[in-house]
Design a protein around this ligand. Structure first.
Ligand SMILES: NC(=O)c1ccc[n+]([C@@H]2O[C@H](COP(=O)([O-])OP(=O)(O)OC[C@H]3O[C@@H](n4cnc5c(N)ncnc54)[C@H](O)[C@@H]3O)[C@@H](O)[C@H]2O)c1
Length: 262
């Protein structure tokens, strides 16, 4: 296996830290970009900048084999939305700049710098309606049934990736991630619900998954895959495409690694 040069955005976040760890463990050269320093990387490989700093983004991305884009606002501020005047809506304040404009800047950087592969962090929330309706296991072929505004931005993200794959020849892999909890409150929510346990994604499985996305020899121009740990009760997401394209399969299940935050 050849060593890859990989840029991970959102590298200091919950999934980002797991991805960095998985990539470093496989010997890859990783640069992290986040608004805060990336744990586990030396300062020279940890770029502290917002994605709106286009110069910093392009400097960090120059020459990489794979760009793994995780930085985002990772959920709605409130679901369901409150009532006026306290709607609690983060669409214009966070979701549009971080989840719509920033992905455009990522794909533009990939186009201009001729980065061959981009991995985009989507979410199972884009097909959340199927999960709730019991249309399982959900595959990449199921039509979108987004849960809410955050999920709608991820539908855009996937469509954006498809545009750049088709028009600019970049390999784009959109990953509908399961639930890798960010805090003890989320761990408690998962502990209380069998469905959530089935879509749990452990940090260890996430790390090995993202290493596989950088290592896979050939990918189709555009693909959508799911990434979760092993279902505890019932298979909710079809993981066969991830296995076929990346040679990856989960080895852990809820609650392994669930309470690992820092
Ligand atoms: N954790 C999950 O269960 C889960 C599930 C589905 C999808 N996702 C997606 O995975 C990705 C990572 O999620 P997470 O759970 O690690 O979230 P997180 O909030 O823990 O990490 C996100 C990181 O991105 C950084 N960031 C956000 N906006 C930025 C910007 N404009 N410029 C630079 N850095 C910025 C934050 O500082 C943070 O470190 C997101 O795209 C999220 O939508 C996560």
């Amino acid at each position: 296996m050849s060593t890859k040069r990989v840029l991970v955005t959102g590298a200091a976040g919950r999934v980002g830290r797991a991805a960095v760890r998985g990539l470093v463990a496989r010997g890859h050269h990783v640069v992290g970009l986040d608004v805060r320093p990336t744990p586990g990387l030396p300062p020279g490989q940890s770029v502290v900048a917002p994605l709106s700093d286009i110069d910093a983004l392009r400097k960090a991305a120059a020459g990489v084999d794979c760009l793994i884009h995780l930085a985002a606002t990772p959920d709605d501020a409130r679901y369901p939305r409150g009532t006026p005047p306290d709607d609690g809506d983060n669409f214009l304040s966070e979701l549009v700049p971080n989840n719509v404009i920033a992905p455009y800047q990522i794909m533009e950087a990939a186009r201009v710098l001729k980065i061959p592969r981009v991995v985009l962090a989507s979410t199972g929330q884009v097909i959340g309606g199927h999960l709730l309706a019991g249309n399982i296991p959900v595959t990449a072929a199921h039509p979108y049934r987004p849960r809410y505004l955050y999920a709608a931005t991820k539908v855009f993200l996937e469509a954006l990736g498809q545009v750049y794959a088709t028009e600019h020849g970049i390999e784009v892999l959109a990953v509908r991630l399961g639930w890798c909890p960010r805090d003890p409150g989320q761990v408690a929510e998962i502990a209380a619900d069998e469905l959530f346990q089935d879509v749990f994604l452990s940090p260890g499985d996430a790390g090995r998954f993202f290493a596989a996305t950088a290592e896979a020899a050939n990918l189709p121009p555009f693909a959508v895959v799911y990434a979760t740990s092993r279902a505890r009760h019932t298979l909710r997401y079809d993981l066969s495409d991830a296995n076929r394209l990346l040679g990856w399969g989960p080895t852990e299940s809820w609650p392994t690694g669930a309470s690992e935050f820092a």
